[in-house]
Every structure is written in C-alpha cells, then in structure tokens.
Design a protein around this ligand. Sequence first.
Ligand code: ATP
Ligand code: MG
Length: 182
Amino acid sequence: SNSRALLGLLDDVLDLSRLEAGMDKVFLSVCDLHFLVHSMLDVGHLNMAQGVELVNEGPREKLLVMTDEVKLTKVFMNLIGNAKKFTVRGHIAVGAEITSDGTWVECRVEDTGIGISPENLEHIFDRFYKVNEFKQGTGLGLSICEAIIELLGGRIWVESTLGKGTTFYFRIPYRRPEEEDI
Ligand code: ATP
Ligand code: MG
C-alpha cells in the first residue's frame, strides 16, 4: 500500500505540473452524465465508512454532454475521496445537472462531515495545503481539481460549515453533442 501511495503521489505531482505548464490538452467526447455519476458512486462504495450513505443526485436518465470525461472523472474522484476521508456519519451526495439557463453543467459533491473553518477555507485550493497534517494525503487533490476545471473553462467553489459539512461545486460550459458526434 506504500507503493500505491507513492505512485499516487507521483501521478498527482506530474498531473499538476503538466496542467500548470499548459501542456495538458482537452479531449472532448460524448459523455453520459447519468452513467458517469452512477459509476462514480459504484467506485465510491468501495471502502466506505459504515454509517455514511452515498446518495445519487445525478440526472435520472441519459444526459449527453460534450466534455473531457477522463478529466471530469478525476475531479469527481478527488472530491468524493475527500468527502469520504472527512465524513464518518450522514451522507455524501453527488449531483450533476444543466443550469436552468442552459449554459453550464453544474456538479456538486456534498458531505455531512467535519466541515472547514472560514480561515482554512481561504487556502483550501492551495498546493500542499492541509488542515490536519496527520490525515492521509498530500494536499494536491484540490489544486488539481481547480486546474482541470479552469482548463475546461469553468470554475470550482466551496461552501462549508465547521462541524456540519462541506459542499464542493463546479461548473463547466454545457456543450450539447451534435447529431454526428453521437
Ligand atoms: P490529496 O488529495 O493530495 O491526497 P488532501 O486530500 O489532503 O491530499 P486536498 O484534496 O487538496 O488534499 O484537500 C486539501 C485539504 O482540504 C484537506 O487536507 C482537508 O483539510 C480539506 N478538505 C478537503 N475536502 C474536504 C471535505 N470534504 N471536508 C473537510 N475538509 C476537506
Ligand atoms: Mg484530496
């Protein structure tokens, strides 16, 4: 498991360097958000803390968007991984929808975990920043999420109440697939 942790760290460092050097490209393809959220939850169920419920608030049926599925998956994995790490009871909800004006795909990962204080919240996207040094992790996950979402032309933000829970939101431009893409 130490080897796996080391590989994960290397992956994160390389990911972030590539993103920051502007060397990472966006690969658009047709992605079904309903299926994506579903598979995120499938993976999320593995080594879940007992007493935490995973809730699917994704699209109820097929919802096709043009996006970089690999990068979007990476963002979800990071946010769900964090939610799992900092939540021991209650729920973790994953949602995705098109905003009512039809311009964005807006996603969220909500938890009823330990929450983040306003002072710490300001630094949460900084590289290597961790509130608790003793918790597992490098403090790169959110920096990677932010860099990916910016590359995709969107933004990411967070709302949190200490002791109550945290919700990360991000939105990326909604591109409807053309007939010939599908
Ligand atoms: P890594 O993701 O590199 O393995 P990490 O999870 O510590 O390590 P980030 O994902 O960047 O790093 O998160 C930074 C810090 O933000 C965390 O260490 C934690 O203190 C805080 N944090 C992130 N998500 C949550 C959350 N859902 N609830 C409470 N605190 C959080
Ligand atoms: Mg993390």
